[in-house]
Design a protein around this ligand. Sequence first.
Ligand SMILES: *Cc1c(COP(=O)(O)O)cnc(C)c1O
Length: 355
Amino acid sequence: MHKRLFTPGPTQVRPEILKELATPQIHHRAPEFSELYADIQPKLQQVLSTNHPVLLFTSSSTGAMESAVTNLVSKRCLNLVNGAFSKRWHQITSGNGVPCDAFEQPWNVAIKPDMVDEQLSSGKYDAVTLVYNETSTGLMNPLQAIAEVVARYPDVFLLVDAVSGMAGAPIETDAWGIDFVLAGVQKAFALPAGLAVAAVSERAFERSKTVPPRSYYFNLPLMLKSHLKNQTPSTPAIPHLYALNAQLNDMLAEGMERRFARHAAMAAAVQAWAKKYFDIYPEEGYWSQTLTTLVNTREIDVPALIQTLADEYNLRISNGYGDIKNKTFRIAHMGDTQPDEIYGLLTAIESVLGL
Ligand SMILES: *Cc1c(COP(=O)(O)O)cnc(C)c1O
């Protein structure tokens, strides 16, 4: 029996979208592939509020994170760290031999614009990485305000991991001056895992030509060259592109404003419930629109709750991440999930816990 996913990635995929994966294969150098690619492109640009090319990565989000830091840092990268995924981006940066420093905050504390300003004023950096929505903690960093600060430093590129935020919360890529913003599609896009997308600015492509290539697979100049022909350098995940195209059609039919409002409404419902029965992990004012991390104030047996929900209700939620496992647990309210399904989940948790 399928367990309905309320996990912060992968998320639940609708059956109509799963069927798209079974579309008969086309050849990736045939004109019908370029037609598919060209069909997808403006829709992705609409979701991301951008005129920049949106590249398709046949990899999980981690590949696109690696691409950003290996192609776009000439001098030194500042990694803003306040959770597991931002920490991973620092590890990806240093692991690839890219000069970098981590600026760390406690996991329940947001990165504030003045912190970024202070770090960048050192003049050491020409790129900064930020995780918009920390999926490990349910904390949403103030992306727009941070982008305003970064914009005051003309040589500094803003690289954003928006993996669990994109398509669930607004991102004004061009208006906010974001040079690279990426997401894997298995989170708020509500698609199967295995594909990532990233909008890349013109000046980012320019710089990438001057950075010695650290990778062939994730080489931005090569990817751009293919992109201009509505192609990808190597064989892409063609089945995923059919699913992506169908999902983009449905998302735009719903309307991005309405989609974001639905996410905000589900977040408000889960937050109110969390405040009533538990507590919320991140500091107030920075709660995520796409998932909530609840503090286990009642000292419940979190693995037992997860197991019972799965076995008896066919519903799956997530434990806390890393060091805050069992001390917290997570409920995703993103993708194509509807408010009624969230109410049903919360009622099921109340039954299991006897609340
Ligand atoms: C899930 C996630 C990742 C890692 O994504 P993969 O697709 O597993 O590589 C990175 N960053 C954030 C914020 C995430 O939520």
